[in-house]
Write a protein that binds this ligand. Structure first.
Ligand SMILES: Nc1ncnc2c1ncn2[C@@H]1O[C@H](COP(=O)(O)OP(=O)(O)OP(=O)(O)O)[C@@H](O)[C@H]1O
Length: 590
């Protein structure tokens, strides 16, 4: 199991890095050349020392040394820039892919996941990839190649000294390798705590006034601080392992230096090697510190990146929206009304949860208004969620225009529906952004028409920037009733064939409610309108009423029929709907 996750992680990482491979290859080559220029310097230095010993001319060697240093630095700088650029591109690829993925997730999956945690994966975890795709991979290659070249050159000078060096390096390398997985584990724990803190923060900001009104600031601060501390502890743990790993590089060089000094000193004394060979060898050791450090850093960056990729991979495993079951993808949505049929639909929100819909059947003809009434929790909003295919029925079928919803292309299906949710959420941005959100190509005339029909024109006139006024987070700068009317206008501008209105008049005053009812009655002449109703006035306008009770259809008919034929509906209408009408909704069980 673990191997397969690892393979997936590597595959994902490769997917992010692949589009940049040319830049990485070129940049990496330049960095490598810069490193090689440095690697040749000890040879020039040896030649310089030899010439000084023999009293030869050193000008040429000096020019070579300076030239090597300058060219090496310039090449490495350009290489570094290219790698940094590629690193940013790796993050971009990951963010684009994640954004597409998140937007294609099923609504319940996002509801279950904490949005703050998803956000932290998008912003924070993706940033960790900056190093892995480029510096880590390139560091492994360039550090590895530079180290090998140097080792070969050192071997060419003196195999005995090299032997001593390699033994010390290997011992300390094993120590470093043992610390690597700890970095990955600690980074994952830290990022997970960051995600939890993000979720906690999002919870608070999403209900800021409630938190204040409840006087819960201290508790929330404590919870957020707790998460932040956990992130800190895991971060420190990761830093500790990183320091140990990096420190082992310096330790390896120091220890090798002492070993070479001891062994080399003895060999110079016995005349086995020249003093200049020992000096050059020690210089190599000195230069070796940089590629070895790069190797170790690359290793730890890779671990950090892999931790991030794993967290991004968890999002990839969340369920996405379905493709049409039979490959039928109606694209021509057209105008006009649509017939909607529920055939023995059963549904539960989760395998361990009770059935919310228990064999619901009805047939709603094209055009006209159908009101759904029933006590709180009867399943009214759930019906709408199934029509929008946020969920699929556990069994039974829903047919639109005679075609199973499962066979519809989702965009085509949703393009036919105007849906106004219970809490009428708006998006931050301007009023105009919100109105045309479901149909950005709407004309000025269509916008003005919808604004007038939903009686928003007075609001638009009053707002400082008219339609271009910013409405705040979730439309919080507007009143509840205004939000409801904006949400209805948005649905009308979409030009749907089926309009789903979930309690959209609950926050309207009498005058506005009457106006909205008139709009709905008018549009019901040309399209199919389904409303969840809590008011008698709405029910009276309906062509038919579907009475839901505990996940089943109790009765279907007009108000006048039902008052006579269904005593429980009569009681409901007399108590619940009239109470609603007077503005005092009570969620009493039927
Ligand atoms: N996402 C969800 N996960 C689990 N259970 C849910 C979910 N959404 C709703 N439910 C449950 O399903 C049942 C039906 O809810 P639904 O919102 O459809 O009722 P409703 O008739 O619209 O009620 P109301 O009039 O109060 O809005 C309720 O018991 C509710 O607790």
């Amino acid at each position: 199991m673990r191997t397969s996750i690892d393979r997936t992680t590597w595959r994902m990482l490769a997917g992010y890095v692949k589009p940049q491979w040319r830049t990485i290859l070129f940049g990496g080559t330049l960095v490598l050349l810069g490193g090689l220029a440095a690697a040749v310097q000890p040879l020039a230095a040896k030649a310089l020392v030899d010439r000084l010993g023999t009293g030869g001319v050193i000008t040429g060697v000096l020019v070579l040394l300076v030239g090597l240093a300058l060219a090496g630095a310039a090449i490495a700088t350009v290489g570094d820039y290219l790698l940094e650029r590629a690193a940013e591109s790796v993050v971009l690829v990951a963010r684009k892919r994640l954004a597409r993925r998140i937007l294609s997730l099923r609504a319940p999956a996002v509801q279950r996941a904490e949005p703050g945690d998803l956000l932290s994966r998008f912003t924070s975890d993706s940033t960790l990839l900056r190093e892995v795709g480029t510096h880590a991979l390139v560091g492994l290659v360039t550090g590895g190649v530079t180290t090998m070249v140097m080792v070969v050159m050192m071997g060419a000078m003196d195999l005995v000294l090299l032997g001593g060096t390699v033994v010390v390096l290997l011992l300390i390398g094993l120590l470093a390798a043992a610390g690597m997985p700890m970095i990955e584990r600690a980074t994952r724990a830290a990022q997970s705590a960051v995600g939890e803190t993000g979720a906690q923060m999002e919870r608070v900001l999403g209900a800021f006034r409630t938190v204040k009104a409840a006087g819960a600031e201290a508790r929330e601060i404590a919870a957020i601080e707790d998460g932040a501390k956990r992130a800190w502890r895991a971060g420190v743990r990761s830093a500790r392992w990183e320091s140990l790993v990096h420190g082992s590089g310096a330790l390896a060089i120091q220890a090798s230096f002492l070993a070479v000094l001891g062994i080399g000193g003895a060999r110079v004394a016995t005349g086995a090697i020249q003093l200049s060979t020992l000096v050059a060898f020690l210089l190599y050791l000195f230069y070796l510190e940089e590629p070895i450090g790069r190797l170790l850093e690359a290793g730890s960056k890779l671990q950090i990146g892999l931790a991030a990729v794993r967290r991004l991979g968890e999002v990839e495993q969340m369920p996405t929206e379905p493709a049409p079951a039979n490959g039928v993808a109606p694209t021509a949505v057209g105008r006009g009304a649509t017939r909607l049929v529920f055939e023995d639909v059963r549904f539960r929100y989760g395998p361990d949860l009770p059935e919310v819909l228990r064999g619901v059947s009805f047939d709603i003809p094209a055009r006209g208004m159908t009101a759904f009434v029933g006590p709180s929790g009867a399943g009214k909003s759930t019906l709408f969620a199934l029509i929008e295919r946020f969920h699929d029925p556990s069994s039974g079928r829903i047919l639109m225009d005679g075609r199973d919803l499962a066979d519809w292309d989702l965009a085509g299906l949703r393009g036919s529906i105007g849906y106004v949710e219970q809490d009428s959420p708006l998006l931050s941005g301007t009023l105009r952004d919100n109105l045309v959100y479901a149909r950005p190509q709407a004309t000025g005339h269509e916008i003005r028409d919808a604004v007038a029909r939903t009686r928003l024109d007075m609001l638009v006139d009053r707002l400082p920037d008219g339609l271009d006024t910013v409405v705040g987070h979730r439309g919080s700068l507007l009143s509840g009733g205004e939000r409801q009317r904006v949400a209805l206008a948005r649905a009308l501008i979409r030009g749907p064939r089926l309009l789903l209105l979930d309690e959209i008049t609950s926050q309207l005053d009498a005058v506005n409610e009457m106006a909205i009812r008139d709009v709905v009655t008018t549009v019901a002449k040309t399209m199919t309108v389904l409303v969840v109703a809590h008011r008698l006035s709405t029910v009276l306008e309906a062509d038919r009423i579907v009475v839901l009770d505990n996940g089943t259809v109790r009765a279907i008919g007009t108000h006048d029929d039902l008052v006579v034929s269904d005593p429980l509906y009569a009681e409901f209408a007399a108590t619940q709907l009239l109470i609603e009408e007077s503005g005092a909704r009570q969620d009493t069980p039927w």
